[in-house]
Design a protein around this ligand. Sequence first.
Ligand code: CA
Ligand code: CA
Ligand code: CA
Length: 287
Amino acid sequence: MKGRYLLTYLLSYAALVLFAVQVHAECYNGTGFFDPYEAYSRDVTWRQCLADIPVDFVAESAEIELKARVKNWGWHYPKLQDLLSSNTNIFNIPENFVCSLTPSTHPEENEFYTIVCSLQPHQIQWLLDDNCLYFKMDTYGGTYYLGYSTLTVCGSVPSENPGIDIEKDTNGYDADISPGPSILEGDQVEWTYVVTNTGDVVLSNITVTDDQGVTVDCTQSSLVPGSSMTCSGSGTAVAGQYANVGTATGGSPKGTSVMDADPSHYYGEAKSQGKVSPGIPLLLLED
Ligand SMILES: [Ca+2]
Ligand SMILES: [Ca+2]
Ligand SMILES: [Ca+2]
């Protein structure tokens, strides 16, 4: 038996570890909105946007790659100089780049060169704020063709594992199968509906319904992972076998719906007939 407990423990632990690290890496690209661009003794500014980044995306790094060609050799090689946030609050605040690869010598005529620059954390935040940034290249004379510019942000998207559980009791009995507890006809019946968030994300818009029209009162409509609430309903016992099913539904932050249902039963002892065994029909004898 000890070995079996150990195995169960190890399997539970492995499941927890797998559960905890379910994130997957993602990279998103955006290409600058320009045609091959000819710049002569003037700076080049362009806007670059990323599309379709999930709202819960956690960025870890971002970089911009710029490819340009020198037509007429200038005094200096051009360099990616400034980054301008397109967020209106901080627009026009120039930010120098941290470039991991900058040409150390003047490029030759007609030579393509590439610069790769890393964005700093607060620049990445600007990018996530509205998915777009303005870039500026200083050219210092000469003629340059801007070939392309690619903006890439990499990070992770937390995966969702939403789950919900409901356990419904009649007068404190789970009573999933009939007949359930015996209750005298006309007595008060108390139903409890314990709803638990069994997933790893917050559930909201939680509703609990009863298929026999019992009014179910809950104290809250959202649950953090691992937490529970007890909802309740009440009614008057009727004679005979009775069954009702409680159903709980909820929604994850990404809009996934989860649902669970649980039944409970009771057997209503008819007042006028005294004790009646379930399943045995009454015989009415006629004269
Ligand atoms: Ca259940
Ligand atoms: Ca149950
Ligand atoms: Ca039950």
